[in-house]
Design a binder for this molecule. Structure first.
Ligand code: T1G
Length: 694
């Protein structure tokens, strides 16, 4: 036996108890413990049935993802499942919490499955770029049919225990005391000498082969253009479950699993899984947050209303402040619209909406914010406008209240300095729409108190956001890298790359939109204002592309004005000869002869620009670790999850290659293409960005 699994005995029932926090992942120790426990139980003639259950918050939530990519230790999970299924004594699996992936497959290898009503079960492997590799693609369709099995595996979404019972995945659901209920079921089976029911021999879901094959065909058609191979391989495996004998089907599944788990996309998705969880591990995570029940939001525009709606949805009290009654009414109406939208989409009940509305109040006086535990300004991105709001809040907020700013670029230290409580000031940079986007950059000023940061983190958790800690610099992590990305894209256009080609190249990489489509969607005004703000201090040696200025001067601010980098036919971007002329004029003015760039060259330059700026951010200590930078780009800027983020991409590209690429591009813009200062040492020491994550 191992520490991770213990064997208990109750009458003629042996109970294998998994106890391996935090989620009883089926790592080597758990597998070895289960195998040894099963052998001991089966070697005991007094044992008439076996229960497998888990301690802690959940039945196994899957294979141990951290073991992937390493040589697996015996027993392999698929083999362990086969041994459990082959048990001559009935085996009962008792599920609670989130029985996912290999955890559900382990339960499917048992002969009976009982669960707490609050349990959720699922096969989310597709979200890791793989497929269920411990018999799930063969046993699930045998129980519930092709359509339901494919839906479970291709969506990756878990289902509740009651639904799983109705689907045929479970045999029994109990409200309470699962261990006792599982024991009672096992005793009943032992006492009645019930024979095991290996799922491999069941055909519950295959009684209508025509329907089965129709589901396969429908799923195959639907997944024909899926970006990643996982869904198509899942369809192949479920088809194999119908066409092949069980063990051949298992071998087919295992081959498909091995092919996918070794893919760069699966490695990227694994990286993203752990990066997302690692981001919350900031120094202030262990600090006790301040009180957080009442949030004040200044500004009822798009961002303010989204933040207010998110806070109300999380059960907080909210006071929305605006400069006058008309603006306040518009702000409250925006919140009401968002709430109604949530009700229409089934994300909120009418009762919940009404309760949330009751927790919302409005004010046009700063004094109306006095009782707030945390107040966040979400007003226009202008230093003077923001400092006036912060001064007003500073004057009225109670001692110990957190004063937050939603600035997306401005210097948080300079904003804090206008208040008498810089230790209470923290940047909470939400992304639009604030109630949808999962990312929250927590910007820590030079004087920000650890418990103010901890309160920001607590708010993020309460809102279901992924929080990333950032130091203070222009644009923090996300927008600073966005600026470098855009800069590199503009150099490409001025040097000859068609705007649409640059966007197509990045969509080909997996970005939902290219850099110029994103600019037009976001609007060109804020960046123009920022360029004008920085003009006086801009380094004259740095190559400056003025095309965007020309567009703004021509009133082309993007989708909102029907034209920007593109003209718009509704929401459809159309290449515009007027822009082509502006670009040509800028080239001519600088004596630039257009050159051709391949899609690969375009992608490489833009990814290198992001990774190099990311390395610079690391060197300055603005980000705690490379994977935090990846999380920011994944959750805030549409970076394709299977690529893991710009720093994960840079490791695949090679740190030496990154440095050399920056040096190779230098003639294009000497002041811009400068290798980040930490790359030399990383190359010398053979350090990868991944080595800097823990
Ligand atoms: N392996 C290793 N570590 C895991 C893990 C796993 N499967 N699941 C969670 N953790 C760690 C996580 O990194 C974190 O660590 C801690 O547990 C708490 O997680 C053969 C091949 C279960 C819904 O995809 O979806 O089985 O940060 O912060 O928000 O077919 O974790 O504390 O150090 O996320 O309450 C399939 C993955 C695997 C489920 C809980 N299973 N996990 O959410 O806590 S592939 C999954 C989750 C597989 C087989 C295949 C969630 C959760 P730390 P957490 P949570």
């Amino acid at each position: 036996m191992t520490e991770a699994v213990r064997l208990e005995r109750d009458g003629n029932v042996a109970i294998l108890v998994i106890d391996s926090p935090p989620v009883n992942a089926l790592g080597a120790a758990v597998r070895q413990g289960l195998a040894a426990g099963l052998d001991r139980a089966l070697a005991d003639p007094g044992v008439g049935a076996i229960v497998i259950r888990a301690e802690g918050r959940t039945f196994p939530a899957g294979a141990d993802i951290s073991e992937f990519g390493k040589p697996p230790a015996d027993p392999w999970l698929p083999d362990l499942c086969n041994r459990i299924e082959a048990s001559p004594r009935p085996v009962v699996a008792a599920l609670h919490g989130t029985a996912l992936g290999g955890g559900l497959e382990l339960a499917l290898a048992a002969h009976w499955r009982i669960a707490l009503a609050s349990a959720r079960v699922g096969l989310p492997e597709v979200s890791l770029g793989i497929l269920p590799g411990a018999g799930g693609t063969q046993r699930t369709p045998r129980l519930i049919g092709a359509a339901a099995a494919l839906d479970l595996m291709i969506s990756g979404q878990p289902v509740g225990a009651v639904q799983a019972l109705a689907m045929g995945l479970l045999d029994e659901v109990v409200e309470t005391d699962l261990p006792a209920a599982a024991l009672a079921l096992a005793q009943r089976l032992a006492d009645t000498g019930a024979a095991p029911r290996p799922v491999r021999d069941r055909r519950d879901g295959m009684r209508d082969p025509v329907a089965f094959e129709a589901a396969i065909a429908a799923a195959r058609a639907a997944q024909a253009n899926a970006r990643l191979p996982g869904p198509r391989r899942i369809v192949d495996c479920v088809e194999a479950a119908l066409l092949l004998p069980f063990d051949q089907g298992l071998a087919f599944e295992r081959a498909a699993f091995a092919e996918l788990v070794a893919s760069p996309e699966a490695a990227g998705l694994r990286h993203a899984f752990f990066a997302e969880r690692r981001a919350a591990k900031m120094p202030e995570a262990a600090v006790r947050p301040r009180a957080l029940d009442h949030v004040g939001v200044v500004g009822g525009g798009l961002m303010g209303a989204g933040i207010a709606h998110a806070c109300l949805g999380a059960g907080l009290r909210v006071t929305l402040m605006e400069r006058d009654r008309e603006s306040l009414a518009r702000g409250l109406e925006r919140v009401a619209k968002l709430q109604q939208g949530a009700v229409d989409k089934g994300r909120m009940t009418e009762t919940q909406r009404d309760a949330a509305w009751d927790r919302l109040s409005g004010t046009t006086e700063a004094a109306g914010m006095a009782a707030c535990d945390l107040a966040i300004e979400a007003v226009f991105e202008d230093f003077d406008v923001k400092t006036e709001v912060l001064r007003n809040l500073d004057a009225v907020l109670k001692p110990g209240a957190v004063l937050a700013t939603n600035t997306s670029y401005l210097d948080v230290n300079a904003l804090a300095a206008v208040t008498g409580r810089p230790a209470d000031v923290v940047g909470l940079h939400f992304f639009s729409p604030a109630h949808v986007m999962k990312l929250l950059e927590i910007v820590v000023g030079a004087q920000t108190a650890p418990d103010a940061v901890a309160t920001g983190l607590a708010l993020a958790k309460r809102l279901g956001k992924v929080a990333v800690r950032s130091g203070v610099c222009d644009g923090f992590i996300g927008n600073r890298i966005l600026s470098a990305y855009r800069q590199a894209a503009e150099y490409l256009v001025e040097d000859g790359a068609p705007i649409a080609r640059v966007d197509r190249a990045m969509r080909g990489f997996g970005m939902p939109l290219g850099p110029f489509e994103v600019s037009d969607m976001a609007g060109l005004q804020i960046a123009w204002a920022r360029r004008k703000r920085l003009a006086a201090t801009r380094d004259p040696a740095l190559r400056y592309v003025a095309i965007a200025d020309r567009l703004c001067e021509a009133g082309r601010f993007g989708q909102s004005t029907g034209k920007g980098w593109y003209a718009y036919d509704g929401r459809k971007p159309v290449e515009d000869p007027e822009v082509t002329a502006i670009v040509a004029a800028e080239r001519a003015a600088r004596g630039i002869v257009a050159q051709d760039f391949s899609d690969d060259e375009i992608r490489t330059r833009l990814l290198v620009a992001m990774a190099n700026e990311g390395a610079r951010i690391l060197a300055e200590g603005i980000a705690l670790r490379p994977s935090d930078i990846d999380v920011v780009k994944l959750f805030g800027y549409g970076f394709p999850r299977w690529e893991g983020g710009p720093m994960h991409w840079a490791d695949r590209f090679g740190v030496l290659q990154l440095k050399q690429a920056v040096e190779r591009f230098a003639p294009q813009a000497p002041g811009f293409w400068v290798p980040a200062p930490n790359l030399d040492a990383m190359v010398r020491n053979g350090t990868r960005f991944a080595d800097l994550n823990d």
